[in-house]
Design a protein around this ligand. Sequence first.
Ligand code: AMP
Length: 415
Amino acid sequence: MAKINDYNFKNQKAIVRVDFNVPLNEDGTISDDTRIRGALPTLKKILNDGGSLIIMSHMGKPKGKVNPKMSLSQIKDAVAKALGTEVQFAEDCAKAADKAAALKPGDVLLLENLRFHPEEEGKPVGIDKEDPAYDAAKKEMKERQKEFAKTLARYADVYVNDAFGTAHRRHASTAVVADYFDTDHKMLGYLMENEVKAVDNILKDIKHPFTAIMGGSKVSTKIGIIENLMDKVDNLILCGGMTYTFAKAMGGHVGNSLCENDKLDLALDIIKKAKEKGVNLLLGTDCIAADAFDNNANTMVVSVKEIPDGWEGLDAGPETRKKFRDAIVNAKTILWNGPAGVFEFDNFTGGSRAIADAIVEATANGAFSLVGGGDSVACINKFGLADKVSYVSTGGGALLEAIEGKELPGVAAVK
Ligand code: AMP
C-alpha cells in the first residue's frame, strides 16, 4: 500500500472515494458540510501536487435507481467552493471515460451518485432472498459489480479511499475497485489514515488505565464491542438505556424504563465475564426517572432498581455521574460510544454532559480520547466540546465494526 503523504500526484489522475453523503435541506442546500470538509486535506494534496481529481461518492439510498433528490449535482457548487476551483460533473458515473480522459492537472470531475447503479452495492434488486433464483442473481450481480469497478478504475492512474463512513462495506467503489490497481497505486486518504490510527490507539497501542464508556439504547446492538473491549479495558462503563436491562437482570424493578427482557441472561453473562477478566464494570446505581418520555415530564432521583411503575429512567443520577467521573478523569485512554441518557431532551443531558466534561478534563491531562459511533458525536457537538477531545470519528457503523475487531473491507482492499 502506498502512503498518501509520500506519493507525488503530479500529472496523475486520482480517483478518490469520499463520503459526500451530506444531509440536505428541503431545497437541496447542504445542512451540514462536515463530510466535505473532512475530505479536503486529501483532495487538496492531490491538486497541489499537480494531479487531477475524479471524485466519487454515494448519497442516500437510491437502491440502484436514478433519483434526482439524491443527485450529487446538488453539491457540485459547494465542492467547488470548498476546493476553490471549478468542478465538472459526469451525469452517469459509469459513462465518464471521455470526461476523465480529458482532465488536465488541476481539473476536478465529480461523478454522479454511485448508488444509482445497483452494481455499486452489488446486491441483486427486485428479488427476494427467499426466492430460489436469488443465489444465481447474486452471482450475476457480483460479476456485474466487477465490471462496474473496472470501468471506474480505468478512469484513473491511482485510487485513494478516504470514505471511512462506508469502509465497512465491500462495495464497488470502496473495495472492489482496488483490485484493479497495483499496491503502489492505491492508498488510504488522510481522513481514513486518521480514523485507522485512532482505532489503533484504543485497540493496539493502548495506554492504561483504559476506560470505555458504552451508552445508547440497547445492549443487544453493543454486545460485539463490549466483548472485544473486555480483554483490553480496565474500566467499562455501561450506561444509557441498557442500564435498566442490567438492573432488572439483577432483580431490580425498572418500571417503564427501556429494558430488553430477552437479554437479561446476556447482562448477567457480561457481569460474570467482567469479574473473570478483572474488569472494573461500572453500572448506573441511581437515575433521573420521569413520569413520561417527555422533556417536560416530572422527575425524581431514584435507585435504578426501584423505579415505580409509570416512571422510566431517562438519565444517569448524581451518584452514578460521580462514579463514572472518577473512572474517566484518571484514564489514559478513553473511548466513548453512546449517550448516558436521552440527550435529545435538554432536561436529560446531565449524565452525558458529566461524561463529556470528565473526558475533556482527562484529555487536557494527556489522555487519548476517541468519541464516535453515532449519537455520542451528536452529543459532544451539542455540548460544543468536539475540539476538546483527541478524536471525533466520522464513521458510524464503520467505527463500531472496527472496534468490534473486524477488518474493514475498505481498508483491507488497499493493503
Ligand atoms: P444508540 O444508537 O444505541 O447509541 O442509542 C442512542 C439513543 O439512546 C439516543 O437516541 C438516546 O436518546 C437513547 N437513550 C439513551 N438513554 C436512554 C434511556 N435511558 N432511555 C431511552 N433511550 C435512551
